[in-house]
Design a protein around this ligand. Sequence first.
Ligand code: DC
Length: 229
Amino acid sequence: MKAIVIAIDGYSSCGKSTIAKELSKILTYKYVDTGAMYRAVTLYFIQNKVDFKNIDQVMKALDNIHITFKINMQTQAQETFLNDENIENEIRVNPRVAGFVSDVSSISEVRRFLVKQQQVLGKERAIIMDGRDIGTVVFPDAELKLFITADPNVRAQRRFDELKEKGKETTFEEVLANLTKRDYIDSHREDSPLMKADDAIEIDNSNINHQEQLDLILKLVNEKLGLKA
Ligand code: DC
């Protein structure tokens, strides 16, 4: 069967990674969460007190960053490793990572460093990648491009529930403020701003349930694979 690239872009907390993970299981495709890669670089910068504004420091730091993904055999979930250390939980719950990640991902040197790795990961195709610039920059030739959106209040509530479940003390207002700020920076930065590729299909999931969204996307995937739904 032909192997395709599925690019999933959109705002923060739209459920992109949930959909991507599900699709990767159904299609037995590789899944790459590019947001986790930007979060990993941000965590390294924080831990090593790298001055984001100093390009020499940034370049030196990038030389020491090695990001990998491994499947946790117990949970079957994919986890992110920074220089062989499991940082999956830390990058999701550390508020300093959420606070700085948009600034770090605005740095062109950081983007070039990660985009190159993302393109290598997708060389064999049969991959689902989610992020902000996958359909526009990383894989402009992706066979299927999805642009996922949802109302900011719906997204903030989902993120708030997720953090609460992970035992993180926060308020809905704090989550909404961080999300709104990240949306703004992500879509206004000079290098590779978040935008819908001309040939991407937009899906607003504010008012559709999970199964409806999955069915819709599977139909699109099957069309691209030349299969009947
Ligand atoms: O998807 P996420 O919330 O984990 O992404 C974290 C941040 O990384 C997000 O604010 C923007 C940035 N990002 C990016 O600039 N480009 C990508 N391809 C993925 C994420």
